[in-house]
Design a binder for this molecule. Structure first.
Ligand SMILES: Nc1ncnc2c1ncn2[C@@H]1O[C@H](COP(=O)(O)OP(=O)(O)OP(=O)(O)O)[C@@H](O)[C@H]1O
Length: 276
């Protein structure tokens, strides 16, 4: 578990091969009798240059896990690292810079600026940060995502799938260590959704990126290398090289278990996940 503190991030196969990790990550909302334990002592290693999907029923803690991993939410207990940097305990300003420099985000709702064209949207976070894009990398991302002939178009002139590809390029533009995608296909029809999943896959396979995606869709999860299943704020299972059918079966089993024995909010099932 200990990693050399001075180990630099190399962009690809780093010294730890871990993009992010948590130990004892606990997040509670509220206090007293109304406390909700959204995450209950989660230990997880997110592998570098891999596509990790996070699944689980509504309210199981998926978004909370993503927010804590991305430093968007403070934790109640435990530790979170991005690469070799412990982010728990960082000040808000340091967190803002870390997110800007080292993390990419994709959301269900694209979040593009309507008055800017595709290229301007892609480079906006870097422009705001006063950073110059690595030109060769940017060109590579644009070609990989098939956006070359759409760069002058505004979001309204693009299909939903194309808009999400622009959002994907924006997330990739600064060559972040880790990309978080929150239901990135949630607003797309199945064909456009497949296309975006294919591009996320390529971002990992061809561009050496690391992706964490929250999804409810077993078909989307099947594009990942590893599915983490959350239940009641804990990682209750994982599945490497998932198939849509396999994921669906696993989810049905969880549902059946829940239906038979609703039990206490945080049951004993916990196979704290270690990969990499
Ligand atoms: N700001 C908040 N205040 C109080 N409770 C919260 C807050 N955010 C989340 N929760 C609670 O924490 C638990 C986990 O929520 P979270 O949004 O992480 O689940 P999720 O798995 O992402 O759900 P969904 O699939 O519906 O998006 C839920 O019980 C939720 O009600």
């Amino acid at each position: 578990m200990s990693t050399p503190a001075s180990a630099p991030f190399t962009g690809h196969s780093g010294p730890t091969a871990i993009a992010a990790r948590t130990r004892g990550l606990t997040k509670a909302y509220g206090s007293g009798e109304t406390t909700v334990l959204a995450l209950d002592s989660v230990d997880v290693d997110i592998a570098r240059e891999r596509f990790t999907a996070v699944m689980g029923p509504s309210g199981s803690g998926k978004s909370t896990l993503m927010h804590c991993l991305a430093g968007l939410d403070n934790v109640s207990a435990g530790q979170v690292w991005l690469g070799d940097t412990e982010i728990t305990g960082l000040k808000e300003r340091e967190l803002t810079r870390l997110r800007r420099d080292r993390i990419g985000f994709m959301f269900q709702s694209f979040n593009l600026i309507p008055t800017l064209n595709a290229l301007e949207n892609i480079t906006l976070p870097m422009d705001i940060a006063g950073q110059r894009p690595d030109r060769a990398w940017l060109e590579h991302v644009i070609d990989t995502l098939g956006l070359r002939d759409r760069l002058e178009h505004r979001p309204a002139q693009l299909s939903g799938g194309q808009q999400q590809r622009v959002a994907c390029a924006r997330a990739l533009a600064s060559k972040p260590e880790l990309i978080f995608a929150d239901e990135p296909t949630g607003n797309l029809d199945s064909r456009a959704g497949l296309e975006v999943l294919g591009f996320l896959r390529e971002a990992v396979d061809k561009l050496g990126q690391s992706v964490v995606m929250v999804t409810h869709d077993p078909g989307a999860a099947a594009h990942s290398d590893l599915v983490l299943f959350l239940g009641d704020g804990r990682i209750v299972d994982d599945m490497a090289r998932p198939t849509a059918d396999g994921v669906l079966e696993r989810m049905k089993r969880f549902d059946a278990l829940h239906a038979v024995a609703p039990g206490p909010p945080h049951g004993p099932a916990d196979s704290a996940t270690e990969q990499g």
